[in-house]
Ligand binder design. Structure first.
Ligand code: SAH
Length: 259
């Protein structure tokens, strides 16, 4: 089993990643109000360190957003858990995530859902996320390189949609890709870096209910139905989505960290 020296209260002692994760979930997630057992159990399972660049793995169990490639960030564990709880999942759903980033949040959602579709506009991140997810055996996640502000129509409608980047408004395409009764959780704000986390529930064919649930800070959602400040020609090409089983497998995640 993989292990990591805990520099905090047990100098020189080795602690397993699983126990560090357990502590993180108790201290930073459950103690701060996330109660949903499906979410807490998913957070206990996913090895966040393996979604980070090697030099940042020692910080994987601190409740911090951390830099990944392309000037983007892996969200802090608490916000991943809070957003997952806000989706009001029962298990077995079909979920769309916009902003795959490292693939970590998609892995957490895939521990609860039947299927997770995730879209990432930066090709380098989409590639790395797809390979990491496949290597860890997350066969129920598909990654698409493209503009997720328009959703992923091919697999719609979704029980739940979560957006990990902040837009100026709720994209109409995402609302249209929700099932009736489905929930969309998205950071929305007039400022590119500060937003209100909004939950939109599709009440009927033409009716939506919107609730503000938290103040948050996310990187901007850049795309046709998001902010339009993307550099010309960036990430415009949409390739076919790739799911875990179509990728080369090096190893399968079995619940403990490889050394
Ligand atoms: N869920 C991620 C966090 C990602 S940060 C994780 O667990 O690591 C937000 C991500 O949204 C960034 O990677 C950014 O490139 C991506 N993004 C921004 N605009 C997007 C768009 N229109 N479509 C898809 N991804 C987008």
């Amino acid at each position: 089993m993989g292990s990591l020296a805990s520099k905090e209260d047990h100098p020189g002692e080795l602690k397993s990643f699983a126990s560090l994760r357990e502590e993180m979930v108790e201290r930073n997630i459950a103690a701060r109000g996330v109660r949903d057992e499906l979410v807490l159990s998913a957070m206990r399972k996913v090895p966040r360190e393996l979604f980070l660049p090697k030099n940042l793995r020692e910080f994987a169990h601190e409740d911090l957003p951390l830099p990944i490639a392309g000037g983007q960030t892996i969200s802090q564990p608490y916000i991943v858990a809070f957003m997952a709880e806000s989706l009001q999942l029962k298990g077995g759903e079909k979920i769309l995530e916009i902003g795959a980033g490292s693939g970590y949040a998609a892995a957490v959602l895939s521990e609860i859902a039947a299927k997770v579709y995730t879209v990432e506009r930066l090709g380098q991140l989409a590639d790395t996320a797809a390979v990491t997810l496949a290597d860890l055996g997350y066969d129920n996640v598909c990654v698409l390189h493209g503009d997720g502000s328009r959703g992923w129509l091919e697999h719609a409608p979704y029980d739940a949609i979560v957006v990990a980047a902040g837009g100026p408004q709720v994209p109409e395409s995402l609302k249209a890709q929700l099932k009736i009764g489905g929930r969309l959780v998205i950071p929305v704000g007039a400022d590119q870096r500060v937003q209100e986390l909004v939950r939109v529930t599709r009440v009927s064919e033409n009716e939506y209910r919107s609730e503000d649930i938290a103040d948050v800070r996310f990187v901007p959602l850049i795309g046709e139905e998001g902010w339009t400040t993307a550099k010309e020609g960036e990430a415009r090409q949409v390739r076919a989505g790739r799911c875990g089983r179509f990728l080369r497998k090096r190893k399968r995640w079995s619940g403990t960290s490889p050394t």
